[in-house]
Design a protein around this ligand. Structure first.
Ligand code: G3H
Ligand code: ZN
Length: 287
């Protein structure tokens, strides 16, 4: 029988590697991510936020995941990333997503637990895996999280909140706030993760697979350290967006007569594929 995403997460937990979630909003990106997984014979998680999936189409994403799975024979999983509304997550579950992430981090812990529980009940009935989130993950280093690269303690996941959340909701994965943030810091200096906080969280939640959001720009030693302490899924979006758009701009600017999408999309796709390969090697300790 084909392995489920839970099987891979369990393996990652036992063998200390992480599976990459790579976000996309276009088929060219989706194909590039899958191609990288195929080259390295590695499972990949394809991620779409609410916005990305609304643009792409939930059913379209599921249909094309199926096509790519069938053609490559690879373990490809589709996750609805940062779902803020239960209604939208239900649509993704009904469409055939493998996993959904309920992001209740802006709610009180009580409210977050309450809705996550409902999501888990609905999703599990349909065999869908659920990621929950406790703590506040910022959008770039200079805003919510950090002032002069000092991590604001209050926004980090509290180990006892994580323990309570996991026990009461029945989630399959937990996203944590340990100094990670979405995007890349504008100064180019990325702050370090709080591995001490991660260690404390892990001690409280046992074998629960932990997720690191905001993987772009995170120092590589921190990524390795986080995996050693129980991170089994790492989300990457901003670096992929920068790579795809940057290469597309360069390609179009270099030849103003190139109006052929199947030609000008090749360099951004290849660059994206190489980036995903690089990240998979990092996450799995491959040389
Ligand atoms: O959920 C998506 C990720 O957390 C992406 O974060 O844009 O910093 O790579 P990133
Ligand atoms: Zn995220």
């Amino acid at each position: 029988m084909a392995k489920t995403i839970k099987d891979y997460l369990k393996k990652g937990e036992a063998e200390k590697f992480a599976i990459g979630q790579f976000n996309f909003s276009d088929f060219a990106q989706m194909k590039a991510i899958v191609q990288a997984g195929q080259v390295l014979n590695s499972p990949v998680i394809l991620g779409t936020s609410e916005g990305e999936s609304a643009f792409f189409g939930l059913e379209e994403a599921v249909a094309l995941r199926n096509v790519l799975r069938k053609r490559t024979g690879m373990p490809i999983f589709l996750n609805l990333d940062h779902g803020k509304s239960f209604e939208y997550l239900k649509k993704a579950i009904d469409a055939g997503y493998d996993m959904v992430h309920f992001d209740g981090s802006k709610l009180s812990l009580e409210e977050n637990i309450k809705i996550t529980k409902e999501v888990v009940k609905y999703a599990h009935k349909k065999g869908v895996t659920v990621e929950g989130e406790v703590g506040k993950i910022g959008n770039d280093a200079s805003r919510l999280y950090l002032e002069k690269f000092e991590i604001i303690e209050e926004n980090l996941t509290k180990p006892e909140d994580a323990e309570r959340f996991v026990k009461e909701t029945g989630v399959d994965l937990l996203a944590v706030s340990i100094g990670n943030f979405h995007g890349i810091e504008i100064s180019g200096i990325d702050p370090n993760l709080r591995l001490d906080v991660l260690k404390n969280i892990k001690e409280k939640v046992g074998k629960m697979p932990l997720v690191l959001h905001g993987g772009s720009g995170t120092p590589e030693d921190d990524i390795r350290g986080a995996i050693a302490l129980g991170i089994v899924k790492i989300n990457i979006n901003t670096e992929l967006r920068l790579t795809f758009s940057g290469n597309l701009r360069k390609t179009l600017a270099a030849d103003l007569e190139n109006i052929v999408p199947y030609k000008y999309l090749v360099p951004p796709m290849e660059a994206s594929e190489h980036l995903v390969e690089y990240k998979i090697r990092l996450f799995t300790n491959l040389k």
